[in-house]
Write a protein that binds this ligand. Structure first.
Ligand code: IFM
Length: 890
């Protein structure tokens, strides 16, 4: 068999559409050669669609394939107006609706397919494939006559529908009327068709690299051209699932690379020295000579990371994934010229870990442990050859113990199950699982593809770095790097959780569970400082004790770190997260049940923390608010109002006659909050307005680390702030703030904000949108979107900023769409920037999947079950199916 054309040679397709007409089986010729290839493709996991002008009986009578899977077979009959799925018992009529199209439609059969014309069966097949995560770029169409792109088709032609735009379309016919653009014209008739199909079967049998659909709407690309970006790329290309993640380092050892496998909640060390324990790696191999410039492509649609070396005649290529449906299972394929790629052992110990290795049922295992916690993996690998190409396939399964060394045998069953399924089917499972995620949660911004892609990246990395279901310790950088040692800050509770609850409520609940499981430690901390109730630590890790370091560095200079002692608002933030989870998800029993002690104990803490002065006013002295440029301040508005909210919210859970609850309410009413109803401004802390009234216009363009620029003492003497502080109240507890005070505080604090924290731009964008300033909001949203993708802070190499991602999704949902939940109703109040003609959002809320299509004129709402919706403070609507809600023009 000769090698096919270059555009086909190195590509493995996931689906093949065959034009039956004259291509496959000319009249009078035997159908057996095509039958054999179709059977082989289906057996290898490829979905095949055979398109014909004849009726189904005629095509099936001659083709007569009865596939046993895993690939499916479709017959498009009667000139594309009918579609049949062929199983063991023959063709069955019906459009392929399972997992396809738009599941919100009441009539799912034709959902997303459109009118049935000569292209109906093609559209249905592409919709089905899209529903399985198979983008058009993974589809091969072979025929001998094609219709004009997007145009009407004549009998016997294969329609080039817009959905198939990125498919590889190959003509083996004569094409006398000229070759349409993007059509690969091979000629050669039926014999060429067989050659093309044979090549696909062969690539599968030889474990060759699967293709990734390089759709610009879904892929993040990194070239290896700029060495200073390597470590940034390692963080950006992190893949994770179920609480285990692998940084996107290249496979072979490279100078300054920081490859890591990290597991949520698995720490080593003690006290402030607690840090995430790096586990054994599974992606390493040797490559000689080393790789030149490469292209790395993160496919957000399917959760796959691909790499291809440029300009080499036997390039290294790899594809890897962290299985969504099998937490702890990871898989990789690689290839390069024979003699160039050396597989080596399937698991590699981390540079700084103590590891042991062994064999188990023919597999290698490696375990890293510090005697307490540990991470172990069991792996299988197959090394093969296809002509001059060395192939490598590796599958590994992990197990971990946060408090005891794991037993490698515990991962064996998962490994063996994955091996039995095989790489191709693991990949198919992965694509389908990600497609299901994106059907439930996604963004559409017509006319702004860059923002749309960056938001998808944010969602993608939230899914990768969050998602254990027992309890989830979500560190500031997730599992994508070593910064902040994996410690859990308020980033998790207030920035990440509100996004995650709209993506995967169970994952959000696990984040609250992490706090609930550390309530005892929080009680001990309160008691140790002579207080009642529970005080949560500013930085938390395995045990729930405070692990904030007491010193750090600012611009190379050693500085004391006082946040562990003073940044107390975390205690109310943790309580807020529990309430927000319950409110947004509709899990009403949660607050009165498992979360009740948390709310009550945190309120008890605040009650004992307040000082009541002679005039009966309550104060909280000596804290750091979210603006960390000003330390040891009294009556930080954010801390006080959050404490007030905490006291009131917890009192609401107690019996109305309960004396403690009454005391909490009375104390809450007396807590000073620095609000001036005349100006509508809150004073950030007692004495803040007396600081030097410097604004950022006089310092530098934000975002900037003003403490680094001006020095700690100087910045503390001014009104420059690091990040929203007062304004966080308008974001988290607007019902606790003065009516109409958002605008006044945005106007005052906005020009004073350095955005010196990665948490700052997205939430400010959210608030600007709420204040009816969506164009300004969009400017700041773009900063947040670029923060990691363009490494704006120079810190992405050490891990992704998960709070920014959470803030981005909150800015879209709560900001631009104005989505809030109150009393079991979804409130909407969209504000579109001038640059956006519309905004499409999919998310979860109140136990439903919700889809919003927002324009300036109307909001189209679809849900998969009854939902109460109120738009623009108008009438309450009980939405059960698609609802078109017109708006007052804005
Ligand atoms: O929690 C944040 C804080 O608000 C600002 N400094 C960095 C921390 C971790 O992201």
């Amino acid at each position: 068999m000769g090698e096919p054309d270059g555009r086909l040679r190195d590509r493995t397709f996931e689906a093949v559409v065959i034009g039956w007409y004259a291509t496959g089986v000319p009249r009078g010729a035997s159908a057996v050669p095509v039958r054999r290839r179709v059977e082989a493709l289906c057996a290898a996991g490829v979905d095949v669609a055979v398109m014909s002008g004849e009726d189904v009986g005629a095509v099936d009578g001659r083709l007569h394939v009865r596939p046993r899977g895993p690939g499916r077979l479709w017959l498009g009959a009667s000139g594309g107006t009918e579609l049949y799925e062929v199983r063991g018992d023959g063709p069955r009529p019906g459009w392929p609706i399972a997992g396809s199209g738009d599941d919100f439609s009441p009539d799912g059969r034709y959902a997303g397919i459109g009118p049935v014309d000569g292209a109906g069966s093609m559209r249905a097949v592409f919709a089905y494939l899209a529903g399985r995560g198979i983008g058009a770029g993974l589809v091969l169409i072979v025929a001998d006559r094609f219709g004009p792109p997007g145009g009407a088709v004549a009998h016997g032609e294969i329609p080039l529908i817009p959905e198939a735009g990125r498919a590889t379309a190959v003509s083996v016919g004569p094409e006398p009327g000229g070759v349409a653009p993007n059509l690969l014209h091979l000629g050669g008739g039926p014999a060429e068709l067989l050659r093309v199909l044979d090549h696909q079967v062969r690539r599968r049998r030889h474990l060759r690299i699967p293709a990734v659909d390089d759709d610009p709407a879904w892929t993040i690309r990194e070239t290896g051209a700029d060495p200073s970006r390597h470590r940034v790329a390692e963080a950006l290309l992190t893949l994770g699932s179920g609480g285990l993640a692998t940084r996107g380092s290249v496979e072979e050892p490279v100078a300054k690379s920081v490859p890591m496998v990290l597991v949520s909640g698995v720490y080593t060390g003690s006290g402030a020295g607690q840090r995430l324990l790096p586990g054994p790696r599974w992606t390493g191999f040797a490559l000689r000579p080393p790789a030149g410039e490469d292209l790395r492509m993160l496919d957000l649609r399917t959760g796959v990371l691909a790499r291809e070396e440029r300009g080499h005649d036997s390039p290294v290529r790899t594809v890897r994934l962290a299985c969504v449906t099998r937490p702890g299972v990871v898989a990789m394929r690689a290839e390069a010229g024979v003699g160039r790629l050396r597989a080596g052992p399937p698991l590699q110990p981390p540079a700084d870990g103590r590891s042991t290795t062994g064999r188990l049922s023919g597999h290698r295992w490696t375990r890293v442990t510090d005697g307490h916690a540990g991470i172990a993996a069991v792996a299988a690998q197959r090394v093969g050859r296809d002509g001059g190409v060395r192939t490598l396939e590796r599958i590994a399964a992990y197990t971990a113990g946060p408090a005891r060394p794991p037993v490698p045998r515990d991962a064996l069953a998962a490994l063996e199950a994955a091996e039995r399924l095989g790489f191709d089917r693991l990949l198919a499972e992965q694509r389908a699982a990600w497609a299901a995620r994106w059907r439930a949660v996604d963004i559409r911004i017509p006319g702004d593809p860059a923002a749309q892609l960056a938001v998808r990246f944010a969602l993608f990395q939230l899914w990768n770095n969050v998602g254990r279901y027992d309890e989830a310790a979500v560190g500031a950088r997730g599992l994508s790097g070593g910064a902040y040692a994996g410690h859990v800050f308020w980033d998790a509770d207030v920035f990440v959780l509100p996004a995650v609850v709209s993506m995967d409520p169970a994952a959000a609940r696990a984040m609250v569970a992490y706090r609930l499981h550390r309530l005892t430690a929080a009680r001990a901390r309160a008691a140790a400082s002579g207080r009642a109730g529970a005080r949560f630590p500013w930085e938390s890790a395995a045990t729930g004790e405070d692990v904030t370091p007491v010193s750090g560095h600012l611009g190379g200079e050693a500085v004391p770190v006082r946040t562990g002692q003073l940044e107390e608002h975390i205690t109310a933030d943790v309580a807020w997260a529990a309430v927000h989870y319950a409110r947004w998800s509709g899990d009403r029993a949660f607050l009165a049940g498992p979360a009740r002690p948390l709310l009550v104990e945190t309120a008890r803490y605040w009650a004992s923390r307040c000082r009541v002065d002679d005039g009966g006013r309550a104060h909280i002295d000596g804290v750091i608010g979210p603006d960390e440029y000003h330390e040891a301040v009294a009556d930080n508005a954010f801390t006080n109002v959050m404490a007030r909210w905490n006291l009131r919210r917890a009192a609401g859970l107690l019996d109305p006659g309960c004396a403690e609850g009454r005391r909490w309410r009375a104390l809450a009413d007396r807590l000073v909050d620095g609000y001036d109803p005349v100006s509508g401004r809150y004073e950030q802390f007692a004495g803040y307005f007396r600081r030097e009234p410097l604004t950022m216009a006089e310092v530098a363009a934000p975002p900037v680390a003003a403490d680094l620029l001006l020095g700690r003492e100087r910045v503390a003497a001014t009104q420059i702030i690091k990040q929203p502080d007062v304004l966080m109240l308008h974001h988290l507890v607007p019902e606790e703030t003065g009516a109409g005070s958002l605008e006044a505080n945005l106007d005052f604090y906005g020009p004073r904000t350095a955005h010196g924290s990665s948490l700052s731009p997205a939430i400010t964008a959210c608030l600007l949108a709420r204040a009816g300033r969506p164009d300004e909001a969009l400017k700041l949203l773009r900063v947040a979107l670029a923060l990691d993708l363009e490494d704006l802070t120079g810190t992405t190499a050490a891990g992704l900023h998960l709070a920014t991602f959470g803030g981005v999704w909150q800015a879209l949902l709560a900001g631009f769409a104005g989505a809030r939940v109150r009393d079991g109703t979804l409130l909407l109040d969209p504000r579109l920037p001038t640059a956006w003609e519309g905004l499409g959002l999919r998310f979860r809320c109140l136990g439903r999947r919700v889809r919003l299509d927002i324009t300036r004129e109307a909001v189209d709402v679809r849900t998969d079950g009854p939902l109460r919706v109120r738009l623009d403070a108008g009438d309450l609507r009980h939405v059960t199916g698609p609802a078109h809600l017109p708006r007052q023009s804005r």
